[in-house]
Design a protein around this ligand. Structure first.
Ligand code: PLP
Length: 430
């Protein structure tokens, strides 16, 4: 889809007027006097999420331990119930998705199940641009099988330091490959990999494939069942607005329900048998079998109502608006910030179908200081080394006018050289 944009403020206002999702913004607590462009790191707090937290606090107060089985939403079943809701967002069957653990923990758990090196098939294909935690987990899992990560972990190289070439990944899949584990979206550049293609290629060669969908879940529609994806993990605190450190999700294709949850825990037992307290693990034979521990209900509460908002808006309209917003941002950067003396580059694929919800703005020498100047101007992006400012306009709560303003503020920071007031040292959390 080609968009036609104009570089003026009133055009942004017109886009906002025509926006079918504009009524969702009022559901969110927007930090005062702030242009929040960081929903790809931590989504905003919705009023519905706030109500859910208050509900759970009240349940704890009123029912104490009775809350596990009592009240309107018994806690014991919430990981499944919330998993069902999330399943429809990622195109999976209800029992294939569970809310549990956290992304890195779920990677450990699913890799320990799906990585079963045998004979020549010992290698895991991943990529050098992946989120470091995913790589640490893969290396640890290889070691736990008594093998050497330096030999068994193949990290696909990026031709340009930004993106990966799916054909090269497919060519690297051989009869020595035991498993492929990739991100749906590269967290720096925002490139969205062609998941169905990679799944088909892996399956042609008899290889299991999993994805980390942290940077696509809640903003890009997926069809895990239709694609026959083997397994996936994702977090709920980015585009799913579940709150700081909120629980993760995992998906296991139903054809793998018989596989063993190696990092087993009592919550993976059949629900009606869990309290038998048998020392024989009775695998519940659904995604829930990969639960390990008791789920924190206070951190789970906001996730449910945040997913309700996504379901109400619809993941397809969310994606449409997201593509349009990132295209608009890329357009404004091109108009206002690409030439001398600004020299910003866009490190994200320009085809909206090939990216997720953020734009990576690259500035060769001053990205850290520009990021700090943006924060001082109440714009919240984030910084990723070495030279990337990520800007994520989120369909459920950001406006086109905000995108326009962010670009104008950036331009002013460059025109006045305001960034020179800041040190080049990156913050601890950025
Ligand atoms: C956000 C993110 C994580 C975060 O992992 P946690 O275990 O939730 O801290 C991991 N991997 C990727 C690709 C991410 O985008």
């Amino acid at each position: 889809m080609q968009y036609t944009f104009e570089p003026y403020r009133n055009f942004a206002e017109q886009l906002d007027q025509e926006d079918m999702l504009k009524q969702f913004r009022k559901n969110f607590h927007i930090p005062e006097n702030t242009l929040y462009m960081d929903g790809n790191s931590l989504g905003l707090f919705s009023k519905a999420a706030e109500e859910s937290v208050l509900r759970v606090l009240k349940e704890w107060k009123d029912y104490a331990i009775g809350g596990w089985m009592g009240g309107d939403k018994p806690w014991f079943f919430q990981p499944e119930k919330i998993g069902y809701k999330c399943a429809s967002i990622v195109g999976a069957e209800p029992e294939e998705v569970i809310m549990t653990g956290s992304t890195t923990l779920n990677i450990h758990s699913l890799i320990s199940t799906f990585y079963q090196p045998r004979g020549n098939r010992t290698k895991i294909i991943a990529d050098e641009l992946n989120f470091p935690s995913d790589i640490y987990a893969l290396k640890g899992q290889i070691q736990s099988k008594g093998l050497d990560p330096e030999k068994e972990l193949i990290l696909m190289k990026s031709p340009d330091g930004r993106c990966l070439d799916e054909n090269a990944i497919a060519s690297a899949m051989t009869d020595e490959t035991a498993l492929v584990f990739l991100p749906s979206v590269l967290f720096r550049s925002g490139q969205l990999l062609d998941m169905p293609f990679l799944i088909r290629e892996a399956h042609k060669k008899g290889i299991c494939i999993g994805f980390d969908c942290c940077h696509s879940a809640g903003v890009v529609p997926h069809r895990f069942s239709e694609w026959d994806l083997d397994f996936a993990v994702w977090c709920s605190y980015k585009y799913m607005n579940g709150g700081p450190g909120s629980p993760g999700f995992l998906y296991v294709n139903k054809k793998h329900f018989n596989k063993t949850p190696v990092l087993a825990g009592w919550y993976g037992c059949k629900k009606d048998r869990q309290f038998d307290m048998s020392i024989e693990f009775d695998h519940s034979k659904c995604a829930g079998g990969w639960q390990i521990s008791t789920q924190g209900m206070l951190s789970a509460a906001p996730v449910e109502s945040s997913l309700d908002l996504i379901l109400e808006a619809g993941i397809a309209p969310i994606r449409e608006k997201s593509k349009k917003m990132t295209s608009y941002l890329a357009y404004l950067v091109d108009v206002y910030l690409s030439e001398s003396p600004y020299h910003f580059k866009i490190g994200t694929p320009l085809d909206p179908e090939k990216r997720s919800g953020h734009i990576a703005l690259e500035h060769e020498t001053e990205a850290v200081r520009i990021g700090k100047a943006l924060l001082a101007n109440h714009v919240v992006p984030d910084f990723r080394p070495p030279n990337i400012i990520r800007i994520a306009p989120v369909p459920l709560y950001n406006t086109y006018l905000e995108v326009f303003e962010v670009v104008q503020i950036l331009k002013r920071i460059m025109d006045t050289k305001e960034y020179e007031n800041y040190s080049k040292k990156r913050g601890t959390v950025s």
